[in-house]
Design a protein around this ligand. Structure first.
Ligand code: EPU
Length: 343
């Protein structure tokens, strides 16, 4: 276990906010986690983070930041699938790479998402038509209240679009220590989303099952190429990925958006309403590529607020966020909700 008092968080959040914490504790086992939680000398409150890839620190954090270094990948081959038990501190993309190196399907579309396995199970990360909840079997947690280990089936975790009970009514109660993921060696690519098929055709020509061309590694490589083309690399330009959630609105609100736009706005029909890409709404308001001071909106994806040169302050990001929300509300009557958690 490593414990650092008055510690910079600059390298622990992909937005690159230069803020600090009263203390940072990195633990390597459940025993060390329990020890840290019971240590009365550590500043309160506790904040548990993963890769810090979906956070905006809005200022210095006075308490103790906890971070898991529980790292293992333990596969068990079952009758028709492989169950992989993974420590919460494993980098999500290391798990995706491990799966495709072992020719196992399930995680290709989630390749290159920044962050760690524990946080992935909390926020139900998703991309290209797949989300973590599709492959999670069980989530093992330390229960802070009862001081005991518990294991939840995915169905108990209340997974929804970028959310779960861990972010809602269970918030602050459980710390994820390991996640079991269900993978399979049976050919099962997920190709419905956006330009995945055309990107595969561009790279490999015909790729259907009979050809044997499409492998988990090739689909992973294709997804990585699409992401690299559209999204900033956090090691080069600070960001927390999509800053806002895609709003789901009533049909009359969607029709109003079309009226204002003067044509059919992009959308996905869902049982609960109409989902409109937040990127499109922001783009329509002219924000793509915008810069103000050290903050800006990424040139290739209007949903991503960036820390252009590593020098943006939390206030610069917050002010840009406010202006974007106001302009989308003024133009389309829709209030965007951030996807990034504000601390
Ligand atoms: N669009 C624009 N302007 C832009 C970008 C997109 O008008 O600058 C429109 C286009 O109509 C496009 C649509 O928005 O068809 C959707 O764009 P995209 O496919 O890039 O997806 P997204 O809805 O903007 C979501 C996730 C991303 C994920 C992609 C791909 C959310 C909040 N974001 O973005 O997740 O990578 O789909 O699956 O759901 C993240 O969570 O950090 C993240 C990057």
């Amino acid at each position: 276990m490593d414990k650092s008092m008055n510690c910079s968080l600059a390298l622990m959040n992909t937005f690159g906010m230069k803020v600090s914490a009263g203390c940072v504790v990195e633990y390597d086992s459940i025993e060390e986690l329990v020890e840290a939680l019971g240590d009365g000398s550590l500043p309160r409150p506790f904040l548990h983070i993963g890769g810090g890839s979906n956070l905006l620190f809005t200022g210095d954090f006075p308490g103790t930041v906890l971070h898991s270094r529980i790292r293992f990948i333990q596969p068990v081959r079952l009758q028709d699938h492989v169950l992989v038990r993974v420590g919460s501190g494993v980098l999500w993309d290391d798990l995706c790479a491990w799966a495709s190196d072992h020719s196992l399907w399930g995680l290709e579309n989630l390749s290159l998402i920044p962050g760690e396995v524990g946080a992935a199970a909390v926020q139900n990360i998703g991309a290209y038509g797949v989300e973590a909840a599709d492959v999670i079997e069980t989530v093992e947690c330390y229960d802070i209240k009862e001081k005991t280990m518990v294991s939840f089936k995915a169905a108990e975790c209340g997974y929804s679009y970028r959310s779960s009970r861990f972010k809602e009514d269970w918030k602050g109660r459980y710390i994820v220590t390991a996640v079991s993921i269900r993978l399979t060696s049976d050919y099962s690519p997920r190709l419905e989303y956006g330009n995945i098929r055309s990107a595969l055709t561009d790279r490999y020509g015909s790729f259907e099952v009979e050809s044997g061309i499409l492998t988990p590694s090739r689909l992973r490589d294709t997804v990585i190429a699409i992401r690299r083309d559209k999204l900033p690399d956090p090691s080069v330009m600070g960001s927390a990925g999509s800053f806002f959630r895609n709003p789901v609105v009533g049909r009359e609100v969607y029709e109003n958006v079309c009226r204002i736009y003067g044509g059919e706005a992009p959308h996905y029909d869902l049982p609960e309403g109409v989902k409109i890409p937040a990127a499109w709404l922001i783009d329509q308001c002219g924000w793509k590529g915008f810069s103000e001071g050290n903050a800006g909106v990424y040139e290739k994806q209007a949903l991503v607020i960036v820390n252009r040169n590593g020098k943006a302050s939390p206030d610069e990001i917050l002010s840009l966020e406010r202006r974007i929300v106001e302009s989308v509300a003024a133009r389309f009557g829709i209030t965007l909700i951030p996807e990034v958690e504000h601390i």
